[in-house]
Every structure is written in C-alpha cells, then in structure tokens.
Design a protein around this ligand. Sequence first.
Ligand SMILES: *Cc1c(COP(=O)(O)O)cnc(C)c1O
Length: 392
Amino acid sequence: MTYQELKQEEAQYVMNTYGRFPIAIDHGEGAILWDVEGKRYVDLTSGIGVCSVGYNNETVVSAIREQAAKLMHISNLFLTEPMVQTAKTLVTACGMGKVFFANSGAEANEGAIKLARKYSYDKYGEGRSKIVTLYNSFHGRTITTLKATGQDKFHQYFFPFTEGFVNAKANDMEDVKAKTDDATCAIMMEMVQGEGGVLPLDVEFVQAVETFCRERDLLLIIDEVQTGIGRTGSLFAYQQYGIQPDVVTMAKGLGGGVPIGAVMAAKSCESVLTPGTHATTFGGTPLCCAAANAVLSIVNQPEFLEEVKKKGEYLRKRLEEISTGKIIQIRGMGLMLGVVVKEEERAALAAACMERGVLVLTAGKDVIRLLPPLTITYEEIDEAIEAWKGVF
Ligand SMILES: *Cc1c(COP(=O)(O)O)cnc(C)c1O
C-alpha cells in the first residue's frame, strides 16, 4: 500500500491519538530505514530509544526466531530460563537485588510506585504514601503515572487522578526538602529528563537527593525507561552520577524492539512485593526475555558502552560545526542529545530533516531530540550531518 492509501484507512479505522510524521515505514537495517515508497532515511529516533541495537540486528532476530519456535509464552505460574537469565544479568551488572518484569515503561513505574508505598506501609503503617517527582518529568500515561509526571498539560480530562504526588524543581534541593514531609515515602526522577526536553540533572543535586533519601528512609526511584540500556554511555545513567538507587525502572531499549519493562530493586527492598501483591500476564514472557538477553549480550560490554560515549561526543562535535546560528544549545549524555532551536522554527526544521532523509524526534517546547540506534556507525552520523548542514 502507498502512504496515501494507508493514511486513508488509518483515518477510518485507527483512533486519532498521534500527530504522526507523513511517512509510513516499511523496513530497516542497522540505523537505516526505508518507507513504503522506497525512500531511505538515516534514523536518529530508534522508535523513541527502543531499537537500541538497530534494525534487523542478527543477534536479536535469531534469538527471537529461536525462542518463538521453542516457547513464546507461558504464564508466570511456571518458570522459564530466559526470564531468570535477564534478571540475573541486570542484577549482576548493577549490584542490585531482584527484578520484576512488566511490559512497558508506565507499567514499570506503576510497579515501582506500588513497591515504594508497600515498603513504607510494611515498616511505618498507613499514611506514608506520598512521592516527590520533578517538574518537567515524564513517567508514563496510566492514570497514576500521568499524575506522577510533573507537567500540568498531562493533568487534564481524566479526573480523578491518583493522589499522593507532589512536584519539586529539578536541581533545587531546598524545594525537594520543602515538598517532603512525614507522609512522603519516595523520590522519583529521571537522570536526564527525556520528554521534558533532554535536560540532564546536576550531579551535586542527584547526590544530595540520595543523601536526603537515606536520612529519611525514602526510597530513591530512578526512572531509566529512556536513559537505560546503554543510551547515555553506561548501562544505566545513574551509574555516571555516583549514586546507588533503591529502585530502577526500565523499558524502551531493553527488548531491542519487543515490549518489555522491568522494576529492579536493591537488596534492602527486594522482598517488598510478595505473591498476590503484584503480577502481570505478559511480564517476563520468554519471547521478550530472549530478545532482552540478546540486547544485553551486546550492550552490557565495556567496549560497547565506551563506543556509545565516543559516538555521542562525535555527533555532538559535528553538530557544533553547524554554526548557522539556528542551533542555540546542544545538551544530553551519550547518544541522547537535545538540540535546542527557536520554538517557532522547530517543526519546519524537523520536517526539512525528514525531507533530506534524516529522521529526528522532538522534546519539550524547543528541542530536536536525537536517539539513534546505539549501533549507528560514524559514516551514518556523517551522512546525517551532511543532510543537517543543508537544513540548517
Ligand atoms: C517513555 C517513557 C515512559 C513511559 O514508557 P511507556 O513504555 O511508553 O509506557 C516512562 N518514563 C520515561 C522516562 C520515558 O521516557
């Protein structure tokens, strides 16, 4: 089908909840995508950080193929090897305690919120259930994670939202302290606010939050749904902040393209969720865990992570060369970069990039967000830069 035909049928059959780009993607290879009309693109989106090791990655595809033929799914009433293996790899890499598997980022965060509230309930009884999150954060689209998200535009229509969330200013320890009281059980934050505009938190702030959490026995929940699985040049971004969280959530890049999320708890709170308190039908399903194991076998290697840092620096350096004045600032970590432009110019710039064969994302009000597959080559980065030079 052509794009126009697909577009017509979409309008008839699919709920109109996305402002989509005007192309339909057919297939991909590495960091290159082709649309249904055969046009080629260098992809700096990776399905919003999902296709972490590129399209048609041989290791991931063959792991999925083999597992699909063997056993795609079985309920969590039974044990499977791929699930245990994924948990073991994550825990070992991070010095954490145990993992619970979910199917998305929002669900992983829901699990973390439940864990924090029960941790506090078990220890202190009722009434200690509030969670501090940061302004400009993004934690998901369920009724609870929308409320956890510190942006007012997400707090509309769907009332009543889940109670128990307050927002504090990022990089403002005084505000975090002011928003915390005897009813608080946790602080949750992203190391680099992704949807909010690719805003990395300050190291001193993050470390001060950790110290404060220890003083008050608050759980420190780090939402690594976007920053995790090598995106910033370490397996998780918090590892570059010199902290040890209580709970880490992840999703997007973990499955390399299949839906999987996870909540990872430190030893101190690894046993809070017990039989009957949390569960999901698809969580930890062998098909998705086989994919995650393949992704981790690639990403969880020091040389690979070092390359992500180098490519991130290279991409940033090449972007800085484009000095036409349209780029106001470049920020981010590893291969998670935000290019700040004028708010009123952004849509046209993103469209022009696509026109010239480079796919980009947006974030915040005025940011062009780049999340290429971590396996992107230097040649592909150069190709994207050439197109950008034309645009800018
Ligand atoms: C994308 C994202 C989520 C939500 O993940 P879904 O899989 O869309 O539910 C949560 N937190 C952060 C930081 C994200 O980037």
